[in-house]
Design a binder for this molecule. Structure first.
Ligand code: SF4
Length: 164
């Protein structure tokens, strides 16, 4: 799993399917496809950025304060969303898998002048495993899930593909 996949899982499962099957209209560099998992584990630090990949998960954390064990995420959005919290919980979960215990997260919303603290609890670990199973099931579908007809579809890069 990747942070982007978690994010799309909450946002739109059709988007998750399209993105992971490399139907990538966003031209983002974060193109990590299921089935293309990296078999070797890497752990590198570049300034405060960390990249971790194993045969299950891949994450890139923009800013990790190693001294205080805090993941910092900045969201430019003007809305707090559940998906942001789950992304950070997932990062904590992956660090934990690598033996880094006691990590917490902080999501900063500069536009809202607000911060959220994120921790990982036992229920969250279970939920992340359920999400993993769910994502695997969605991605194994031969065709993408249906469109969701939400107002934010108009801002989505797949809008034309979905509706035009
Ligand atoms: S346009 Fe809407 S239905 Fe289509 S992928 Fe984007 S969010 Fe999902």
């Amino acid at each position: 799993m990747t942070g982007t996949q978690i994010s799309y899982y909450f946002l739109c499962q059709r988007k998750l399917w399209l993105f992971t099957h490399q139907i990538d209209m966003e031209q983002t560099s974060d193109t990590v496809a299921m089935g293309k998992f990296i078999s070797e584990s890497t752990y590198e630090r570049q300034k405060h950025e960390i990249h971790i990949a194993d045969d299950e998960d891949e994450i890139v954390i923009d800013f990790y304060d190693a001294k205080n064990k805090v993941i910092h995420e900045v969201k430019k959005s003007d809305k707090m969303e559940e998906t942001h919290i789950w992304q950070v919980k997932f990062y904590i979960y992956v660090l934990e898998k690598k033996g880094i215990e006691g990590v917490t997260g902080e999501i900063d919303y500069p536009k809202l002048r607000q911060k959220i603290n994120v921790t990982l609890k036992d229920d969250d670990r279970k939920k992340l495993e359920e999400i993993r199973k769910d994502i695997t099931k969605i991605l194994s579908m031969e065709t993408p899930p249906s469109t969701i007809n939400k107002p934010f579809c108009k801002q989505c890069s797949y809008y034309e593909l979905c509706y035009v």
